[in-house]
Write a protein that binds this ligand. Sequence first.
Ligand SMILES: *Cc1c(COP(=O)(O)O)cnc(C)c1O
Length: 370
Amino acid sequence: MSDARSTAVIDLAALRHNVSRLVRAAAGAEMMAVVKANAYGHGAVACAHAALEGGAGSLAVASVEEAEELRLGGVTASILVMSPLTGGGFARALAAGCEVVVGDPAGVHGMAGASGGRPARVHVEVDTGMGRLGVPPDGAMALAEAAAAAGCDVVGLMTHFATADEREGPEAGFMREQLVRFRQLVPAFRDRFPGVRMHAANSAAVLRDPDAAFDMVRCGIAVYGCSPFGGDPSDDDLVPVMRWVSHLAQVKPFTSRMSAGYGRMWRAARGTAVGIIPVGYADGFARDLSNNDEVLVGGRRVPVVGAVSMDLIAVDLGPGAAEWGGEEVVIIGRQGDERITAEEIARRRGSIPYEVTCAVSPRVARVHEG
Ligand SMILES: *Cc1c(COP(=O)(O)O)cnc(C)c1O
């Protein structure tokens, strides 16, 4: 057993499998692997290298700091910084050899001021219905012209879908509407900026509709083997990449009515054995999983009992404390025939798998295998 309180074991062979599966779904379009937020909690540098080995053509991050971390980690591939830059961020992005997104005149102005000689490579972002970053469709060409006039190379035109993950339901059709709005811009951009790359699809969009692929797809969550639809990843031939494991640090007999943890939020209904696991909300095991999750021990599910505290959780192992001690505990992943997915934890919390893996904190060691 390792000496860590808990470990996130990252299966890079699974990651490469997911990437090649997405490359196939993209049907000839380039697959850009999104490794923002420390590769959704999986470790950015190792995942970036593995994604490129698996067939990704380029990488995307949210911040300049994330791009710089990749460069320090020896990544030489193209990197797109997707979030708006401020202050010295423009110059740092260029110094790191990144491409950047511009979605308003301030972005163009910042890039123009920063480019010391070499033209900045920019992707124009158009807001086709996400209602966040970007210019409205009828302002896209003017922004691109302004960027070109300021000495930038316009190398991309992009948009982002609001409802790609809703395969059914009232908003399922909205992705099509956004697609139509985006597609209307394509001919004029291809004409004015030969070689410009069009991109719109995230993981959900490319899995749902190959028509959304254009020249490039930007995939994050599916790279890590999670379902963007919140269901079973294997339905989409995705293999979960993260396995989060800990161990039984202590096991003690409980008699009926004894309580575990802060606030006495759980009391034993019968004599039982309670296991204490060195994982808490400071590790990313959310406090709203108090009395509301299961982990795997000895190949079976056992309930988390009482309040999740900063460093510890308790589980009800059932009668027979003497048989336990030191065993592996699986928080996310397989053990024997059982499995707990990030999607399952997300459902319990009213959240999405993205938040579950991103939450695994720096205190948890990442071990990359495969
Ligand atoms: C994070 C992000 C993506 C990746 O989305 P997934 O749903 O994780 O595939 C794509 N495009 C943009 C603009 C993003 O911010």
